[in-house]
Design a protein around this ligand. Structure first.
Ligand SMILES: [Zn+2]
Length: 376
């Protein structure tokens, strides 16, 4: 993984390269950026740059033995710690026990979030943590001498998943770092991190992806055409993981569209029988799909408003969506848009907290029936 392999992110790459040029590489750095941003690829590329035997001004050479070991993720000075589902029966106690799966996933596709990682392991919905055994393993790895004579680098993916004792042990290490050691902490959100850890790190903010960059990546990696790539990129709102899921699981997109159309028609016609069958259908989806459907609905509301008030130039829509919204968007307007958004956001909130999907969707469609009337 070189900087050149990562699309976009000119500002972040420059900031990292400047640390080297100016000789002020901080021993603990916090890469803070939303889900679906390029934190992990950037941290690996930066590690590769630091471990390269013949680095250029803007990127590692890509050819030396160090670079070759980085590209297959087997460099002995590059270490990872990440959340795993602990299991005594399967003998899973720390990242090392999942390291081969971890490497395989990154080599297949470096853009993933915790959900995708757990799906990959077939452990969706289970509690993945960085436990206390991990801190022992980190300490042991960093007590070894550097193999290359350069840095020993520890990338901690999602430090917010550390339990308390692991976090406290990490804090100790940050306070008294082992020699020639760099810690890169890659976090989606600092909400659940110890403030004392945060204050020990140098912050590097990682932006969401640019829409253009997502579209270009989808076109080259997934061979989708321009209309689809831009529609998906707009929908993903800077989240590469979501964008990839949309193009690789495209059938879901059609399911959401069909359900949305059905939902709006049912609400418009206020048909009680249809309403019951629709909420059954929605309740039968998987939890993640239900949440994605709600997000998709919010997207189409937003695009409807743009279509109504801005003559549609800025609209991110696929053909079938545009055809439907050209007729339907006029019912979404300033008489009901804020309430519609509110109800969908509320539904999302309750789905995340395991509300009964059947009750929730029935309730939502009944409310929609009233809200659509307000817009007529
Ligand atoms: Zn090199």
């Amino acid at each position: 993984m070189l900087f050149g392999d990562i699309i976009g992110y000119a500002k972040e790459k420059k900031a990292l390269l400047n640390e080297v040029k100016e000789g002020r590489i901080s021993h603990a750095q916090l890469f803070l950026g939303p889900e679906g941003s390029a934190k992990l690829p950037l941290a690996i590329a930066f590690s590769g740059y630091l471990l390269c035997e013949n680095p250029g001004p803007n990127d590692a050479c890509g050819k030396c033995p160090g670079c070759q070991k980085i590209s297959s993720l087997v460099h002995p000075d590059l270490h990872f710690a990440f959340p795993v589902v602990l299991s005594a029966t399967e003998k899973i106690a720390c990242s090392d026990d999942r390291r081969s799966e971890w490497n395989n996933l990154i080599l297949k596709n470096p853009y993933f979030d915790l959900n995708t990682w757990q799906e990959y392991l077939d452990e969706r919905g289970k509690n993945a943590v960085i436990g206390v055994e991990e801190s022992r393993s980190i300490l042991q790895k960093l007590s070894l001498k550097s193999y290359s004579g350069k840095y020993k680098i520890m990338i901690i993916w999602l430090p917010e998943r550390m339990n308390n004792s692991a976090a406290n042990k990490l804090l100790k290490m940050l306070e008294e770092p082992p020699e020639q050691t760099l810690f890169f902490l890659l976090s989606d959100s600092i909400e659940n991190m110890l403030p004392t850890i945060i204050s020990r790190t140098q912050l590097l903010k990682i932006a969401p992806f640019e829409t253009d960059d997502i579209a270009r990546y989808l076109e080259t990696k997934f061979a989708v055409d321009k209309t689809v790539s831009y529609s998906v990129a707009g929908l993903a709102q800077g989240n590469m993981v979501e964008a990839i899921q949309m193009v690789s699981g495209d059938e879901n997109q059609h399911i959401y569209f069909d359900l949305f159309v059905k939902m709006m028609r049912t609400a418009y016609a206020a048909n009680a029988f249809e309403l019951m069958s629709l909420s059954d259908e929605l309740a039968a989806l998987e939890k993640e799909q239900q949440k994605n459907f709600i997000k998709y609905g919010l997207h189409l509301f937003r695009e409807s408003v743009i279509l109504n008030y801005m003559k549609g130039e800025l609209v991110n829509l696929r053909n079938e969506e545009r055809a439907f919204l050209e007729k339907f968007a006029r019912f979404i307007n300033n008489h009901n848009i804020s309430e519609l958004n509110e109800e969908f956001n509320e539904a999302f909130y309750h789905l995340e907290r395991n509300a009964s999907a059947k009750i929730l969707f029935t309730d939502l469609v009944i409310k929609l029936t009233k809200l659509i009337k307000k817009g007529v």
